[in-house]
Design a protein around this ligand. Sequence first.
Ligand code: UD1
Ligand code: CA
Length: 432
Amino acid sequence: MEKEVRAIILGAGKGTRMCSQKPKVLHEIFSKPLLGWCIEAIQRLGNEIQCIVIIGHGAETVDTYLNNTYKYVRTTLQKEQLGTGHAVMQALPLLGDYRGNVIITCGDTPCITTKTLKALVTYHNQNESDLTVMSAEFDDPTGYGRIVRNQKDEVLTIIEEKDASEHIKEIKEVNAGVYCLNWEKIKNAFTELKNNNAQGEYYLTDIVKWARLNSCKVLGYKISDNSEIYGINSRRNLAEAFNIINRRHLNELMDSGVTIVDPNTTYISPETEIKADTTIFPNTYIEGKNKIDKFCKVGPMARLRGGCEVGEGSKIGNFVELKNAKIAKNTNVCHLSYIGDAELGSDINIGAGTIFANYNSITKEKQKSYLEDGVSIGSNSVLVAPVKIKKDAFVGALSVITKDVDSASLAITRNNQKEIKNWVKNKKEKSK
Ligand code: UD1
Ligand code: CA
């Protein structure tokens, strides 16, 4: 049986350069906090992987977010931020005499993928390593800890930029800040860490030296895609990470047969699945979990806000917003509409400017609407939820629908058209 894996995620730091009242790890990419990206990359490694998040700055808000969102996540408070090694020390009591592997990552590195974490753990296991440090080669390694190897290419130690000599600073292989530990073997390192360095901090990186002194096997696992370890320190970094995550997903979609007309103006959250032969037109923004089937057309200028399903051959056109909307096959929502909390059948036509009024701002409740197959909604109608429009029913333009409509009926709420003969002519004659 594979060794159990647990994770420690460091997230107590302040993130001064974000210039924000919000803890750094709660800043969002596609409406998901940075910490969420890190946790989910780890949790996709297997079922019920336990994560321990080290919290500090904004601890209460971070804790609330985690409790409300994740099941297998525990938090522990690092009251004072005395360094990355000190942060990990806080997890010791929670792990007790746990004997499996522990992955350590940072909560501000949202671009890391499950694939790479899996490769790290596999490499660690296959080589019977006790401590595996993820590394990367940077043209400009400034700011990172440098990986120091001996002539046999073994990892000897990690030296932080602030403690590095000019000679060490020339090393281009850097510590990615992601580690896999054989916990049983390495845990004692944490009770022996010292803070006699340039920053007066307890460095997590010092476990490398400790491991070698204590006859543990230390390996480096070098990755080739540096974007995976892109860290967030500023709003500029946040925008760049958004780009990395978005671009990576757009490329995967295109490789699997989805047409993205203009990747430069298209934003699709990685949690959105799209089948081959669907086309996404420019200026489309899709966030959260959605499923779009084959032969659909989405955009230009469409917005999907999560919980949406779009069936085969359906069209979601310009200035259309969807939220929690399930739409079956060959249904058209081509212009200027909002559909929220609704289920739509197939072969439906939604006229331009149709609004699903799903929210009661007094009770703060949302209600659902149901449209059966073949329904047609005239332009500029409002469907006030909860409402059900049965098979093949027809709603006249500009109707405000507050009651269910029977199958194959016409529902219309606007006044009949009036015509006053010669009205213009009479007016003009009077004003002479
Ligand atoms: C760290 C590594 C460095 C590596 C780099 C990769 C150390 C000593 N250095 O440096 O070798 O190249 O990451 O990005 O580990 N944190 C806490 N509590 C603390 C201090 C930090 O939770 O007391 C958290 C921060 O919130 C952050 C993470 O640990 O998420 C990393 O801390 P940071 O100060 O950014 O480390 P670096 O100086 O970047
Ligand atoms: Ca630091």
